[in-house]
Design a protein around this ligand. Structure first.
Ligand SMILES: [Zn+2]
Length: 340
């Protein structure tokens, strides 16, 4: 590929610094650190052919079109928290008679599905700039006619539903990119993060206009546990437009590549998309502290090359992948493969 690849990142995405989370009943250091984005940014600066720049503006209208206004009220209320104060939802109503008052953060659990996704005064700012990266990457593909653009979206987005945050995700960045592209053609979303993209699935579950495929760790063993199973295929008009492909712990590149080429990409080709949105996580890496597969840096480059072979314009949206010294190298490897 001779053209330059636009890539987007805003420094205010680093303003949000979750310190810890509750996972499996324990307080642990929060994996969704600013070091993740900083490592990827550093590797992109050194990568030939990448034009890394900040997005122009927050996509407020696009966020409002995608997400429930009461969820946005929770985030706005959180923006008034004291400096250094962190809010962890801790009451999750199972039977909801109305969700309650979104300006009362004691009720924030009605808009959240786990105890690992805290709110601070900087959550909105960081998450909105993260969404802006996704929107700008989609716009770059449309307006600059480049075959690929990359959004260094952090915090990630694929677990965020219309009215729920969770899984370290606040705004669904892949859906922001998808909605930017949709007026211009059919969009397929491929989610290669180690975890099931439950938020993205929920947003398009009843739609035959966007095909969603997620390849992820078996949810009987891994987050989000409650969904991501093969029998979740969409509903109503969306029946058959959601494809979940689960792989066990320890999966290596060969088995992954086989499932990708023989099943996932065949299904995407059958849908006939004009654009591909790639939810790219690197937590399938063999040394990732969260994921459970054995993918190597070379596997990510191979994967990128396979996807480039689809011949579709691609908007790559960063999802998970936790800090190791190789995180930036893995992101560069995927983009190098995609630029072939
Ligand atoms: Zn993940």
């Amino acid at each position: 590929m001779s053209s330059t690849t636009p890539a987007f990142f805003h420094p205010d995405q680093l303003a949000f610094k979750p310190a810890y989370e509750w996972a499996f009943g324990e307080r642990i250091d929060h994996p969704e650190t600013t070091a993740r984005a900083e490592a990827i940014r550093a590797s992109l600066i050194d990568l030939p052919g990448i034009d890394l720049r900040p997005p122009n503006r927050m996509p407020i209208e696009a966020i409002e079109a995608l997400h429930d206004e009461e969820l946005l009220m929770v985030y706005r209320r959180a923006a008034a928290l004291e400096a250094g104060e962190t809010l962890y939802p801790h009451v999750f109503p199972k039977l909801q008679r109305g969700k309650g008052d979104p300006s009362n953060l004691h009720m924030a659990g009605a808009w959240c599905f786990d105890a690992g996704t805290p709110l601070t005064r900087n959550t909105w700012t960081a998450a909105a700039w993260s969404a802006a990266c996704a929107q700008e990457a989609a716009k770059a593909v449309l307006e600059e006619k480049v075959p690929m653009a990359y959004a260094l979206s952090r915090p990630p987005g694929h677990h965020a539903q219309a009215d729920l945050f969770g899984g370290y995700c606040y705004f669904n960045n892949a859906a922001i990119a998808t909605e930017t592209l949709r007026p211009h053609g059919k969009v397929a979303i491929l989610d290669i993060d180690f975890h099931h993209g439950n938020g993205t699935q929920s947003l398009y579950y009843g739609s035959d206009e966007v095909f969603v495929c997620s390849i992820h760790g078996d949810p009987t063993e891994f987050f989000p546990f409650h969904c991501g199973y093969a029998d979740e295929r969409g509903e109503g008009a969306g029946e058959g437009y959601n494809l979940n492909l689960c792989l066990p712990a320890g999966t290596r590149g060969e088995a992954y590549g086989h499932l990708l080429t023989k099943v996932a990409l065949e299904a995407i080709r059958s849908f006939g998309p004009d654009f591909l949105v790639l939810s790219a996580g690197f937590d399938g890496y063999e040394k990732d502290p969260v994921g459970g597969w054995e993918l190597t840096t070379d596997d990510f480059e191979t994967l990128g090359g396979i996807l480039a072979g689809m011949g579709l314009p691609v908007v790559v949206v960063q999802e998970g992948g936790y800090y190791t010294p190789d995180l930036g190298t893995n992101a560069a490897a995927l983009l190098t493969g995609l630029r072939r």
